[in-house]
Design a protein around this ligand. Structure first.
Ligand SMILES: C[S@@+](CC[C@H](N)C(=O)[O-])C[C@H]1O[C@@H](n2cnc3c(N)ncnc32)[C@H](O)[C@@H]1O
Length: 299
């Protein structure tokens, strides 16, 4: 289990993000442009997308998301017991641990758990195998819980969010649940929805819907003081020729989203054509813009 931690928030050097209490109501969150496109809002969860261990690693190692990391570091700077749900290769957990001394992460994918346990993380990160829907921690074990880019992959969205609430101590002065998803206008999501989904037959992947559903559940459980943030990030491709960048990026995105899918080759080929066009306007990067929902217990 996690190391024993005190409940005392870290004091003295709280960066502005952590102290930013400008609050939105649930209604304001639900109509926020960051949760768009509102005209495509689905009525129910599309079900999980699958992520492969090699596929995520290939994408994550090209991802430049300094702004997102800074925001998470700032938001958790005054916390002591932080849980990272769906840790991937542990980049965010390491960032939090570097700031406050420790972070716990939980991840279901055996290959990713192994890679986090096998040297890429230090003792400052405790790694657990498990899912968001069934967190192996007692009630109120943490004072901050965050899930970055994890909601599109869970089997049961409601259960994942209510489990995050269960393990987050609402009485801690810095209590918060933070959810990071794709923001409206994300170039990566646009590629998935406009290029891949029509080929693979996948339903539209609406990240605003995931945040809206989570916000409703969080509010029901008393986490109804919200703030929303947007960050810029990009997946970088530095290969010399545009054709090479398009081919590489198509392989990386296909590996991430369709590693074992029967239509993987059709998707890869559609992506390569779309990316050749994309790189004519933005030569070395695909935008991975995020919307970040922070929910604190209301007064
Ligand atoms: C897109 S990656 C994001 C990884 C990490 N949070 C980050 O931002 O670097 C999604 C992660 O969620 C994990 N995941 C998938 N299903 C999950 C579930 N039911 N509960 C928790 N994590 C899950 C995947 O294995 C993968 O590591």
């Amino acid at each position: 289990m996690t190391e024993a931690r005190t409940d005392t928030p870290v004091r003295g050097s709280t960066p502005p993000e952590s102290g930013d209490r400008s609050t939105l109501t649930l209604a304001q969150v639900l109509e926020h442009p960051a949760l768009g496109p509102h005209d495509r809002m689905p009525t129910r969860y599309r079900g999980p997308r699958r992520v492969g261990g090699d596929g995520w690693t290939g994408f994550a190692t090209r991802l430049e998301r300094g702004e997102e990391l800074s925001l998470i570091r700032g938001l958790t700077a005054a916390n002591r017991r932080v849980l990272d749900v769906g840790g991937g290769i542990g980049e965010l957990a390491r960032t939090v641990a570097a700031r406050i001394g420790h972070c716990t992460t939980i991840e279901p994918h055996a290959q990713l758990v192994e890679s986090m346990q096998g040297g890429t993380t230090s003792d400052a990160v405790s790694v657990f195998a498990g899912t968001a829907e069934d967190l192996p921690f007692p009630d109120n074990s943490f004072d901050a819980v965050y899930g970055a880019w994890v909601l599109p992959f869970v089997d049961d969205l409601d259960k994942a969010v209510t489990e995050m609430v269960r393990v987050c101590d609402p009485n801690h002065p810095e209590s918060k649940i933070v959810l990071i998803n794709g923001g409206a206008g994300s170039e990566v999501l646009k590629l998935f929805n406009e290029v891949c989904a029509p080929v693979s037959g996948d339903p539209y992947d609406h990240h605003g819907y995931l945040l809206a559903t989570a916000a409703r559940l969080l509010a029901e459980h008393g986490f109804d003081a919200f703030s929303l943030h947007r960050t810029e990030a990009s997946v970088r491709f530095d290969e010399e020729s545009r054709a090479e960048r398009a081919a590489t990026a198509a392989a990386v995105l296909t590996g991430f989203w369709y590693e074992t899918h029967p239509k993987a080759e059709d998707v890869r080929s559609a992506l390569e054509a779309a990316l050749d066009h994309h790189f004519s306007a933005r030569p070395h990067a695909i935008g991975d813009q995020a919307a970040i929902l922070v929910a604190r217990p209301g007064s």
